[in-house]
Structures are given as C-alpha cells and as structure tokens.
Design a protein around this ligand. Sequence first.
Ligand SMILES: Cc1cc2nc3c(=O)[nH]c(=O)nc-3n(C[C@H](O)[C@H](O)[C@H](O)COP(=O)(O)O)c2cc1C
Length: 244
Amino acid sequence: MGDGKCCVSVIERHASVRRFRGDPVPDEDLRVILEAARRAPSGWNLQPYTIVVVRDAERRREIADAVGGQEHVAEAPVFLVFMVDLAKISDAAAKLGFEARPTLAALVEALVDVGIASAWAALAAESLGYGVVYVALYENPCGVADIVSAGKGTLPVVGLAVGRPAEEPRPRRRQSLDALAHIDAYRGARGDAVLEVYGDRARRLFTYLYGPGGYYGEASLNLLHCLRRQGLAEALEEPPEAQS
Ligand SMILES: Cc1cc2nc3c(=O)[nH]c(=O)nc-3n(C[C@H](O)[C@H](O)[C@H](O)COP(=O)(O)O)c2cc1C
C-alpha cells in the first residue's frame, strides 16, 4: 500500500498493471486522484477537457469491448475517460457572445493538456498504491463517446484503469538517457536505442502497427470519422483568416 507520497520513487517503480483485485476505490482516494488531474497545468489555463469516471461495471464492459476486448478495463473497479472537451470552450465563448471554432492549435493544446492531466492522475493513483494502465481510446473514440454519452465538441483520447493490483510487474525497459535527451541541439535519430527496447518484438510490432491494414491505419480512419461526427474536423482545415 502506498503512503500517498509522490513522485520520484513512485516514478522509478512504475509498471503498468493489467490485473486488478475487485476492491472498490473509496471516494476519498478517487477524490485525491481527480484533484491531481484538476491541479495539472493547462495551456492558457483554458482547461479544455473533461474526465468521465466510469464505475458502472456494464459500461466498463462495453468500453473494454469497444477498444478491442481489453479485459483490464472491465476488471478494474474504476475507469477514467479523459476527453478533449472543446464543447466546454465554445459554450464559455458563446456565453460572452464569441464564437470559438475548433482549430488545429486548440486541438493540439487540448491533447497535450489531456496527456498532462491524465499523467498527474496516474501518478497520484500510483502514489496511493493503486495499479494503473493507460488505454488508448483514440482507436475508437466515437465508440467510447457513445458509451459515456459524450456529444459534439468532445473526443475521448485516453483512459486510465485504476484498482488494487493483482500482479506486480517489473519496471519495463526504456531507451537510454543518452538517446532520449540531446544536449543543446538534436543529434539525429536514434532508432538503435528504441530497437534495443523493442527487442525480439520489433518486426512483429512494426507489421502490426504500420503494415497494410495495420493498427495505425485503422485507428486513423476511426479518428477521422469521429472528428467529423463530433464536429471537430474543422480543426484539420486551414483557418479562415489564413485563406483571406
Ligand atoms: C497513450 C498510451 C496509450 C496506451 N494504450 C494502451 C492500451 O490501449 N492497452 C494497454 O494494455 N496498454 C496501453 N498503454 C500502456 C503501454 O503499453 C505501457 O505504458 C508501455 O508498454 C510501457 O510499459 P510500462 O507502463 O509498464 O512501463 C498505453 C500507454 C500510453 C501512454
């Protein structure tokens, strides 16, 4: 059990957990986790995101199926859905008589914000002794949006399964610090460093991700379709001011 202390030792011990015990996450712990996300920095402090806390087992089952049968989503007692929420921003703008239309920069900023907020929540959860695993929702964002009733202007991006761990995985390999951090200027692509991490899986991984009909192609189609459906595809077009 964690002592709630964050972060360096928690980060050093991090390993994604994909088997969970059934114990519920008490409200007071959930609150600490959500507060961590709430305190996260945000570009312009706009905070263009929303978290849907999914405790309901049926909904977690549906989300697990929507993201390719990931059982840990159904097994963990809590699943946090982190969504870009530009509807919140256009609603705020409309209240002041402005129109805030989706743009690429606003979308990228919101995606970065979601990444940071979710990471802070993950660290808070791990510091309380919970196991967590990120789940990519961008492969079927509209499938997940339907399950949590998220309409236009929103885009589920990543989820975080949270629960008491039923396994103790060892920290997994990472690229070397030297390949990760280049001092003062970029020193060139270090494919060797990441290949070392991928190990024997490298060929299978590239075929799965980048091969014909591979994961990224499929996920990109779903993502594009979902951006259109959620009224966010405009963000991929040149903004009107650039056209004049
Ligand atoms: C953006 C993002 C998406 C991820 N999506 C999934 C996922 O859909 N399913 C899963 O089991 N793990 C997922 N992961 C977890 C990664 O597979 C994991 O972090 C990585 O393999 C390194 O392992 P570690 O976290 O144990 O160090 C995701 C992680 C991130 C950051």
